[in-house]
Design a protein around this ligand. Sequence first.
Ligand SMILES: [Zn+2]
Length: 271
Amino acid sequence: MIVDFHTHIFPPQVIEARHDLLRSDSTFGEMYASPRARLATAPDLLASMERAGVDISIVLGFAWRDQDLCRRHNDYLLDWAARSGGRLVPFCTVNLAAPGAVAEVERCARAGARGLGELRPESQGWDLVGPEGEVLAELARRLRLVLLFHVSEPVGHRYPGKEGLSLASFYRFAAAHQDLAIVGAHLGGGLPFFVAMPEVRETVGRLYFDTAAVPFLYGPEAYASVPQEKLLFGSDYPLLEQERALASLPDPSLARRWSENALRLLACARG
Ligand SMILES: [Zn+2]
């Protein structure tokens, strides 16, 4: 069983409106200005899963500023997931700073969302270590949702979409909410590299880290810095093809091992 914990799909209407959305949403504009930045649909992803031998993909929403766009994107994820026979697992997105966020998360949970993500608080203009972060924590706890955050490495090269949540804010939120099921995308912005600090080790021990886009960021030794039972295979499809993401692992058996972590996390969150 192979679970890809980090994929992105967009509704066809969004792909058609790409040109206008580049101007109206600054984060979307930053990440998809280049015509080479691909946008994929659910059928594209299902075909990729077939080719790569991926059994289950977590499909993530996009952190739109506009709540209505979040809602339409959520509808697309929930609809395809409901028809996928369990192959697509939906994680929805809301703007916690915009009206209607709580009702939208409740609606998504009722319709089958298993988590929220990819969350980028700073891209949407709210502070994870503030009142909106507390609302998010309460929702995740009550509705048993996994939270998946984009986390930015504080060092290294710049690239479109790097900023979204600082490592410091992610750590503070995770340390303050140790009962929640939390995933730090992209190896959590490097948080596991600080495990020699006892308090960080304790927090890291309660988190999960996905490998999305890791081949663009780190050498293969990065995987060894994270406790193996905390890793989740993630491709960041279509930024990286699932086949290529699997082939980039230092050992092909790792994806299966890490997928067991993914299934355990989804089962625990559901309770
Ligand atoms: Zn990300």
